[in-house]
Design a protein around this ligand. Structure first.
Ligand code: PLP
Ligand code: COI
Length: 355
């Protein structure tokens, strides 16, 4: 149990008006959680302070070798003003999986969850209530040693910042167009694709720029060795509905084990829909589309929720999925997932954590 010292701001910011359309990740709340790590002492000085800039040496290791990690979850406002988190224990577990790969010290799961709950509670009035909005929670850790040698840092900062946000894609639930990247790769097995760390996203930017230039909103990555098997999208996992079955790439070490992915698999199974986690090649997807068996494609992610895919481009092939419309399963998953998250429906899996 952390003994969190709370210093409230004396200068609260203006909150966005209830009818102001919110973008993703542009506005930050009044407070943030901070905790230090020092080798030999462990994690110490957990505190909530006014949101402010931090000062680090230009030699801080994070700037040079990218030793850092981050997480993403959301706080949702229910109809009676109560605030819910969605499976924060899963973010805590994934933090430690990432930390192990990046040689960052472990954080006790209960401390991670306590920190998130505490800072969301302090800024609970910032959780927006317009439909589709939420408070995006961004925990992250950076290496802070002032040292240019390549080695794990001996000091770190763990912080949690909060951003009232709207839909990740400006199109909302309207189907997105996705570019299947055939030149660059994001991650390889044995690398750090399964970890939530900045380097993976830095590696993905060039594909993102290409996709945008080509008129698509996201990139779908193929495996880094054969460039043949489907991996994941820039900020979401990917699902295909083929012949009534749901297929998603198996967790093979190079894709992020998404919490929305896991929840989607559980929901589909609970509805009696067969789910296959396996390798799926881009050729199989093209073949399924050509033979009329590809019923739906959708992405899953905390920021993106359930995001129907209306169009997939691969080299010279442009596949229009389900006439570019939202599929029935995507719609049902979106309604159920958000229903649980916002406290509108029963939560048979015990995923909701009310603060
Ligand atoms: N894949 C990548 C690369 C992501 O950045 C995300 C977003 O967090 C996901 C998948 C989906 O993961 P989750 O459902 O845990 O948000
Ligand atoms: C999330 O869905 O939480 C993410 O982290 C996506 C992010 C890269 C914007």
């Amino acid at each position: 149990m952390l003994d969190i010292k709370i210093t409230k701001t004396t200068n609260p910011k203006q909150k966005p008006a209830a009818d102001q359309p919110l973008k993703f990740g542009k506005i930050f709340t009044d407070h943030m959680f901070v905790m230090n790590y020092t080798e030999g002492k462990g994690w110490h000085d957990p505190r909530i302070v006014p949101f402010q800039n931090i000062s680090l040496s230009p030699a801080a290791m994070v700037y040079h070798y990218g030793q850092e990690m981050f997480e993403g979850l959301k706080a949702y406002k229910g109809e009676n003003g109560e605030i819910h988190l969605f499976r924060p224990d899963m973010n805590a577990k994934r933090t430690n999986v990432t930390n192990e790969r990046l040689c960052i010290p472990q954080i006790p799961e209960e401390d991670f969850v306590q920190a998130v709950k505490a800072v969301v509670d302090v800024d609970r009035d910032w959780v927006p209530s317009a439909p589709g909005t939420s408070l995006y929670v961004r925990p992250f850790i950076i290496a802070t040693d002032e040292f240019l040698g390549v080695a794990p840092s001996q000091t770190y900062l763990f912080m949690v910042i909060l951003s009232p946000s709207g839909a990740y894609y400006s199109s909302g639930l309207a189907p997105v167009g996705i570019w299947i990247e055939d030149e660059y790769v994001r991650a390889v097995r044995g690398g750090m694709g399964f970890a939530k760390t900045g380097g993976n996203y830095a590696a993905s930017l060039i594909g993102q720029v290409k996709a945008h230039d080509g008129g698509y909103s996201q990139v779908l990555w193929l495996d880094g060795v054969e460039r043949k098997y489907i991996e994941e999208v820039g900020a979401m996992n990917i699902f295909f509905k083929i012949d009534g079955k749901v297929v998603t790439p198996v967790l093979n070490g190079s894709i992020l084990p998404g919490i929305t992915r896991d929840s989607t698999i559980n929901l589909c199974k609970s509805w009696g829909i067969e789910v296959e986690e396996r390798r799926i090649s881009v050729d199989e997807v093209i073949e399924a589309q050509q033979s009329g068996r590809l019923e739906e494609v959708f992405g899953t992610g905390t920021a993106a929720v359930i995001s129907p895919v209306g169009k997939l481009r691969y080299v010279d092939d442009v596949m229009v999925i389900n006439d570019g419309k939202i599929g029935e399963l995507s719609h049902r998953l979106y309604e159920t997932m958000t229903g649980i998250q916002y406290g509108k429906i029963d939560d048979p899996f015990g995923w909701r954590v009310t603060i």
